[in-house]
Design a protein around this ligand. Structure first.
Ligand SMILES: CC(=O)N[C@H]1[C@@H](OP(=O)(O)OP(=O)(O)OC[C@H]2O[C@@H](n3ccc(=O)[nH]c3=O)[C@H](O)[C@@H]2O)O[C@H](CO)[C@@H](O)[C@@H]1O
Ligand SMILES: C=C(OP(=O)(O)O)C(=O)O
Length: 418
């Protein structure tokens, strides 16, 4: 298994292009199962989560080919061959996004329960509540969610929490349900809007994505294929922004939608990072002394939990006291132990972390506990004195395309040890 090694101390400079959004792509690949016609998807990130999802869908009978590095063609299956292979589904939490489309299109779904993961328990009660509200019969048997639905019918569904995955599953299933579905207190993340736009491009009738209430008029079938380009990955963009700030660099991110990153931009500006928008590009400069900041993670448009570990890392050497409250996933402070091994001063109490900035971090061998913790350790390595080696780099490969190449192009000294 390969490790990532970094020699710290290089200021990141230059230009880098952001890839397509992992979380939008995973939902869109699930939604593509609802279609009756062929689809070309562009700006698909070449990352391991996407490759696993592609394999699961191939196992179900979907024909997917990579036409180019970031372009895939998709021919939806007329019927599903078999239930997803347990091992693949277990490897990918987002495989739970297949439930809604499979039930709606084929009247049957069998998906291994993704279970908890390193960042938290992550139950699926809201997915079940919503799909049951549309008329699906769901039960759990030997670690699998099994579901059937002779016919789905539109319903009014209130989500107790604006869950991204539950909103997506219900939205996808409701597209083929009879009549109108109204989902209240939905997630408003840009990936939800991208999924709604994709469903509408297939002939779906989804309105209100990006607001608290989504209304869906069910249609008999989704008969339009065509081309669709996935939005840029706001978390990849955010990770680079923080890496540039953490190395006191000056670099440009190409192909971003600044509006999607607004919560991070606002906080980085508060920390005295200079950020300028130039169309689809963002210039990030951190040349003056940075200020400590306080952060609370919240559903969009609040500060994203997926950026919390990276920002914690940046704050470890910002003079003064910063506070982070993690409201979404209960185990997302595991990275603090690894950062402390590099010399950071962090106290964690429940959902709160208090960070006292230190003059510098020292490179050592550290272990990624999840995707974003892994990305944050890469940032720590870029900031640190000496060599940092990151074990469990496969977590990072879940969500970052060509990470070493992109960082090297900005001047980082980073490589893989096989
Ligand atoms: C593939 C994908 O898109 N992943 C993202 C998605 O995950 P995911 O869709 O799993 O996240 P959710 O928005 O569903 O989870 C948010 C919170 O709701 C809770 N919850 C969720 C569902 C449910 O049925 N019951 C319940 O209690 C979760 O435990 C968590 O505390 O949104 C998260 C929150 O922005 C991001 O960190 C993930 O990167
Ligand atoms: C938590 C994440 O992803 P997933 O929901 O796929 O585990 C993430 O992207 O940070």
């Amino acid at each position: 298994m390969s490790n990532i090694a970094i020699v710290g101390g290089q200021r990141l400079q230059g230009k880098v292009k952001v890839s397509g959004a992992k979380n939008a792509t995973l939902a869109i690949l699930g939604a593509a199962l609802l279609a009756n016609e062929s689809i070309i998807l562009e700006n698909v990130p070449d990352i391991s989560d996407v490759r696993i999802m592609v394999n699961i869908i191939r196992d179900l009978g979907g024909e997917i080919d990579w036409l180019d590095k970031e372009v895939i063609s998709f021919v939806p299956p007329k019927e599903i061959k078999k239930s997803p292979i347990y091992n693949n589904v277990k490897k990918l939490r987002a495989s739970n996004l297949l439930l809604g489309p499979l039930l709606a299109k084929f009247g049957y779904a069998e998906v291994a329960l993704p279970g908890g993961c390193n960042i938290g328990v992550r139950p699926m009660d809201l997915h079940f509540k919503g799909l049951a509200g549309l008329g699906a019969d769901l039960y759990i048997e030997r670690g699998c969610v099994k579901g059937s639905a002779k016919k789905l019918a539109g319903a009014r569904i209130y989500l107790d929490f604006p869950s991204v995955g539950a909103t997506e599953n219900i939205m996808m299933a409701a597209c083929l349900a009879e009549g109108q579905t109204i989902i209240e207190n939905v997630a408003k993340e840009p990936e939800i809007v991208d999924l709604a736009n994709f469903l509408n491009s297939l002939g779906g009738k989804v309105r209100g994505a990006g607001t608290d209430v989504i209304k869906i008029e069910g249609v008999k079938s989704l008969d339009r294929g065509g081309r669709y380009a996935v939005i840029p990955d706001r978390i990849e963009a955010g990770t680079f922004m923080v890496a540039i700030a953490a190395t006191r660099g000056d670099a440009i991110l190409e192909g971003v939608i600044p509006r999607h990153i607004e919560p991070l931009i606002a906080k980085l500006r508060e920390a005295n990072v200079e950020i300028t928008e130039e169309g689809d590009n963002l210039r990030v400069r951190a040349v003056s002394q940075l200020n400590p900041i306080d952060i609370k993670t919240l559903p969009y448009p609040g500060f994203p939990t997926d950026m919390q570990s990276q920002v914690m890392t940046l704050l470890t050497n910002v003079p003064g006291t910063s506070i982070i409250i993690e409201n979404i996933f209960e185990n997302r402070f595991q990275i603090s132990d690894e950062l402390k091994r590099m010399g950071a001063q962090i106290k964690v109490e429940g959902r709160m972390a208090v960070i006292e900035g230190v003059a510098s971090l020292q490179g050592t061998v550290v272990k990624a506990s999840d995707l974003r913790a892994g990305a944050a350790l890469v940032i720590a390595g870029l900031m640190a004195e000496g060599v940092t080696e990151i074990i469990n780099s496969f977590y990072i490969d879940r969500g970052y395309q060509d990470l070493e190449d992109k960082l090297s192009s900005l001047g980082a000294k980073i490589w893989r040890n096989d």
